[in-house]
Each structure stands twice: as C-alpha cells, then as structure tokens.
Design a protein around this ligand. Structure first.
Ligand code: GDP
Length: 444
C-alpha cells in the first residue's frame, strides 16, 4: 500500500517540472490518488469527499518547499488535515465528577464491549488508583454476566454479584447503590448488545442512561466493520448520546478509516483503542499514528517536516552570508532574530553557524538574550522599511512614535541602535579580516 500510493503520487508529480505554489490541477491529480487511498482504508465516501475539499482549499496556492516535490507537499497537507480531523490531542476518560462516577459502555454484540470494560477498569485501578465496580446489564445472553465476573477476577476488579431475574435497570440501580454504600470511585455499566441496532435496545440504553446519569457514555465499535461502524455511531449518538468512542481490533488489518469517519460524522472523540485480546491491549488514541496508518506515508511527512526545518536553517545561513560580507542593517537583524526564535533561541542559532562560536561571548556582552530578542524585534517591526535599511533616518520624533508603537521607551530604541552599530562593526571586521575563513565558510 505504501509503495503504490507513493509511486502513484511520484508518477503524477514527476511529470510536473513546475515549482513554487501548488496549482489546482496539480492538487486535483494528487487528490484523486489520495481519495482512492482513503476509500481503500475504508473511509466513508461522503467523508472522503468533504475531506478532499478541505485539503484542496488548503493546498491550492500553498508554497512548495524547495527540496520536496509538490506531491510530497500535498501528502504533508493531507496528513495535517487528517490529524486535525481526528482530533489532534488524545482525550482521556473524564472522571471529574462526584463519585461514584458511572461509565456506561454501549455497542453491538461482539464489538468487544465486555473485554473493553474490563480493560478500562484495570487501567483506572492501576494508573489512576481508582476503586472500580463493574456490572453486566446483559440479561439476554446468559453467559454475559458470568463472562464479566471471570474477567473481573482476572484483572482483580470487583463485579456486582449476579442475581437472577432482574431487569437491566434493576441491575443498574443495584450497582449504583452498592457503589455509593461501599465507597467505589467508578461504576462501569456493561450494557447488552444485539447483532444489529433495534428500537427496544435503544430504548433500554436510553432508560439506563437517564437513570444512571453516566459521566461517560462510550461506544465500543469494531474498527474492522468500517462503514457500518459509522452508521452505528451516528445512531447511538442520536438516540442515547455519546461522550466518546473506543475502537477495538485496531491490531487487525483495518487501516483506521473507521476512526476518521466516526470522528468526522459524530464529532465525538475517539478516546481509546483496543489492540488485542489481552487485558493490557488498550492504548491512548494517537491521531498522528492513525493518520500514518490511513495514508501510509509517515516517511514523507517526516521528510517534509525536516525540509521545512532545513529551510529555516538555510535562511539563517543567508543572513550569515550577508553578515560575512559586512552587510548588516536593522532588517537583517530583525530577520535574524526571527530565525533565532524559530530555531530555538540563540544556542540553536550558534550551533548552525560554523566558526561563530567566538562571537558568542561578544553577543553575550551585547546582552542579547532570548527575552531581549522578542522586544528588539517589536521595535524593529515598528519602523518603516527605509528606516530599517538606514537607521540614520531615525530622528527624535520618529523614535518617540516607534517607542509608543512597540510599547517601549525611547532609551530602549537608542540601546538597540547602539547594539546594532556594535554588531555591524563586529560583522564588518569579521567579514574583512576573515573572508574565506570561518565566516566565509558559513556563507558558502
Ligand atoms: P462484546 O460482545 O461486545 O461484549 O464482545 P467481547 O468483549 O465478548 O469480545 C468479543 C471478542 O473480541 C473476544 O474474543 C475478545 O477477546 C475480542 N476482542 C475484544 N477487543 C479486541 C481487540 O481490541 N483486539 C482483538 N484482536 N480482539 C478483541
């Protein structure tokens, strides 16, 4: 999969010699291949469509970094939009309520609901130090309550004692009361599933929900069922109301398309993913990992990110080259300061410029630390381009205006100008004396 999409994109873009901004025709060609990849990853068709429109809006006219191909650039944009759509940051289970906090688990039979209930209980006990009580509300499947009890013993989490002939609502009531009386922090309600959604099931869920008032209502869905899982999520959300989704069998062959579709359609966060049958096989949801799984293009994304970082370094080297030639006006200083901030402060900047180590002391003497950098940039940005090129134009009245514009005092501006003069002189002396030497090397 990785090979074929990558190859196809290369084929599309190898034909294009154009560089610079991405145009609509280029983007459309790339999107055709990417749409195919998304469909193969089992992303629902209407999700693919609106997703692809979003990428087109973002990509057309976007600049292409010199050292990567337009195809690679589109892949990076697709990856970014995927991550945004999947929800950027992981959202943990929310327990911020008065105990006992109820967590209601819903989903179709066989999705992995009971297994996931026990996995979550184990995690809450071990990582969050919570006392958890689990209860199975499945009275249709005789073995269901016993299955949860077995898992409970395995993970050493208590389960509500089984009493025959109770309705799901009665069991829920008993669980909440027991938790209150016995001081449990969390009650996990494992509800019954069917092989398909039906009205009595939905009504039962809705009733239990309105009684137990759960802080989390998690849909457990099998990622391998792909598009069916999306309809399921939508139905459950409309009828019962969900706070999040757990996707199981992410250890299988599914390519994660269900995750994208579900998030897109319901707007509900995917909180956890099941990655196996063992009780520890439960992971936080990582949008970037899923994006990579859907697109299979992690290498390209890393490449573009690296190239973007290299561009920053290249800009810094250009400034260094001007410095080496003894040209260093306030605009150069401003550009350089911006780069310094991007690269990670002065230390990072110095590391990029070979031979500049000796200047570190001089700069330290000039009091150029990272906090000062921000202020100095604000001052320079308040000047006109002419003033930046020729600081001699700055008369007292302009200095006053600039001070007001950048939130500084006139003496701060004088200080900056003095420092700049000292630095420019220093650059000049480096440039004149050592052309072809250390600074010269940086300029090549
Ligand atoms: P329920 O009917 O929804 O309660 O489903 P179960 O919890 O009984 O799970 C059905 C089967 O799926 C069991 O054999 C589980 O071990 C298995 N299962 C659950 N979650 C996962 C998962 O994330 N990965 C894999 N490979 N199997 C899982």
């Amino acid at each position: 999969m990785f090979e074929s999409l990558s190859d196809k994109l290369s084929a599309v873009f190898d034909k294009l010699t154009r560089r610079g901004a991405l145009n609509e025709a280029d983007v459309n060609e790339a999107l055709r291949e990417i749409r195919r990849a998304l469909l193969e990853a089992d992303v629902a068709l209407d999700v693919v469509r609106s997703f692809s429109d979003k990428v087109r809006d973002r990509a057309v006219g976007a600049g292409v970094i010199k050292s990567v191909s337009p195809g690679q650039m589109v892949v990076k944009i697709v990856n970014d939009v995927l991550i945004e759509t999947l929800g950027e940051t992981a959202q943990p289970i929310d327990l911020a309520a008065r105990p006992p906090v109820a967590i209601m688990m819903v989903g179709l039979q066989g999705a992995g609901k009971t297994t996931t209930t026990a996995k979550i209980a184990k995690r809450l006990k071990e990582r969050h130090d919570k006392r958890v009580l689990m209860a199975s509300l499945d009275v249709k499947r005789p073995a269901a309550q016993e299955q949860l009890a077995v898992l409970g013993r395995q993970v050493e989490v208590d389960t509500l004692p089984i009493e025959p002939n109770q309705t799901p609502l009665q069991i829920a009531r008993r669980a909440m009361e027991a938790a209150r009386l016995q001081g449990y922090d969390v009650v996990m309600l494992d509800t019954a599933g069917r092989t398909h959604i039906d009205e009595p099931l939905m009504q039962e869920m809705a009733d239990i929900k309105s009684y137990a008032n759960p802080h989390e209502t998690l849909l457990v869905a099998d990622s391998l069922t792909g598009q069916d899982a999306v309809n399921l999520a939508k139905n459950f959300d409309e009828r019962v109301g969900l706070s999040g989704i757990v996707l199981t069998r992410m250890d299988g062959d599914g390519r994660g398309g269900a995750a994208l579709s579900m998030r897109y359609v319901t707007g509900k966060p995917i909180k956890l993913i099941g990655t196996g049958e063992k009780m520890d096989a439960l992971d936080e949801f990582s949008p970037s990992r899923i994006a990579n799984r859907i697109l299979g293009m992690g290498d390209i994304v890393a490449l573009v990110e690296k190239a973007a970082a290299a561009i920053d370094a290249e800009e810094a080297r250009k400034t260094a080259a001007r410095m080496a030639k003894g040209k260093f006006d306030l605009q150069d200083l401003c550009d350089q300061l911006a780069q310094v901030e991007k690269i990670g402060g002065l230390g990072g900047m110095m590391d990029l410029l070979p031979g500049v180590g000796k200047m570190k002391d001089q700069l330290a003497k000039a009091n150029l630390d990272d906090k000062v950098i921000k202020r100095q940039r604000a001052i320079i940005l308040s000047m006109t381009p002419q003033e930046r090129r020729n600081p001699d134009l700055l008369k007292a009245s302009r200095k006053k205006r600039i001070a007001a514009g950048s939130g500084m005092k006139v003496e701060d501006i004088n200080k900056l100008l003095k420092q700049h003069r000292q630095m420019a002189d220093l650059m000049k002396s480096f440039g004149a004396g050592k052309r072809g030497g250390l600074m010269g090397k940086a300029a090549q």
